[in-house]
Design a protein around this ligand. Structure first.
Ligand SMILES: C[S@@+](CC[C@H](N)C(=O)[O-])C[C@H]1O[C@@H](n2cnc3c(N)ncnc32)[C@H](O)[C@@H]1O
Length: 281
């Protein structure tokens, strides 16, 4: 598929961004993943290869032809066993995705036995940015450090606001229970939280679909949310939400925009772009 993209337009994340997300996924090893916008299955194959054994990946794709090709591609790649495709808009199919994830997670209580989110592990340099390994701190470790810092700051702010708790006690509480969850309890599907959500569909849909995923409980503490093209074409409302919601640590992974036309001498190659990777705490 990467070879194809050097000859024809290919709206997949591509090799550079793919490698950045591979590194995050290799550290996360998600038991459950949700992708909105699968096109021909390129990112689905990369993600499905990095699921934990027995993991589930749900892919929502609006275009029925794309969904059919993507299904065939993940099967051809030998990773189709744990991948379910839902054809339709993200806004239409998120509730179905939540039910599928909850069914796979097992009866109420079983999810507690799943791996707990690790908000405060890791060490080394500052949070944000950075590549997928090598000399710099790995992205997921940096996000966990940043999330832990934000939790402590939120607890300190609550203590300073005079809630009657000491800073230490508030910090301890906050590490157990993040501040006001974004979910609306009436819509929540128990046990629907995914370890990984990848947004790569219509850019104005990122924010409303993320908010819907939060409301359904698909996104909760410990979920890693990745979003492509946040610089070009851009998703400013989405980035603002991640910055201001008060429960996400975010890193922007710089990489050129993935759609190039190397065969066109007039095409401006390498438009700057980034993938946003956020850890919900
Ligand atoms: C950039 S492509 C996805 C590329 C894919 N993630 C990859 O890296 O291989 C965007 C896809 O999102 C689909 N799409 C657009 N809007 C959508 C929506 N609201 N819900 C679900 N899929 C959507 C399009 O049909 C298209 O196949």
């Amino acid at each position: 598929m990467d070879e194809w993209a050097t000859h024809y337009p290919m709206y997949a994340i591509g090799a550079e961004k793919g490698a950045l997300l591979d590194a995050v996924l290799e550290d996360l090893r998600p038991r459950s993943a949700l992708e909105i916008g699968s096109f021909l299955g390129y990112s689905a194959v990369r993600t499905a290869r990095r699921l934990a054994p027995g993991g589930l990946m749900v892919c929502i794709e609006a275009n029925p032809d794309n969904a059919a090709v993507a299904r065939a591609v993940v099967d051809h790649a030998g990773v189709g066993g744990g991948v379910v495709f839902l054809q339709g808009l993200g806004s239409e199919r998120l509730a179905d995705a939540a039910r599928l994830v909850a069914e796979a997670a097992g009866p109420p209580g079983a999810q507690e036995q799943r791996r707990q989110p690790e908000a405060a592990s890791g060490g080394g340099g500052g949070g944000g940015g950075g590549g997928g390994g090598g000399g710099s701190e790995r992205v997921l470790a940096a996000l966990r450090r940043e999330a832990a810092k934000q939790q402590l700051a939120a607890a300190a702010a609550a203590a300073a606001a005079g809630d009657g708790e000491s800073g230490d006690a508030a910090a301890a509480d906050a590490s157990q229970q993040p501040p006001q969850p974004l979910q609306q309890p009436a819509q929540q599907v128990p046990n629907a939280r995914v370890d990984y959500l990848f947004l790569d569909h219509c850019k104005p849909c990122y924010l409303p679909d993320l908010v819907a995923a939060e409301a359904l409980g698909l996104v909760g503490p410990g979920t890693v949310v990745a979003a492509d093209n946040v610089v070009f074409p851009g998703a400013p409302g989405y980035l603002e939400h991640m910055e201001t919601a008060g429960c996400y640590a975010t890193a922007l992974l710089d990489a050129a925009h993935e759609v190039d036309k190397p065969w066109d001498p007039n095409w401006k190659m390498g438009t700057p772009d980034a993938v946003a990777v956020s850890l919900r705490w």
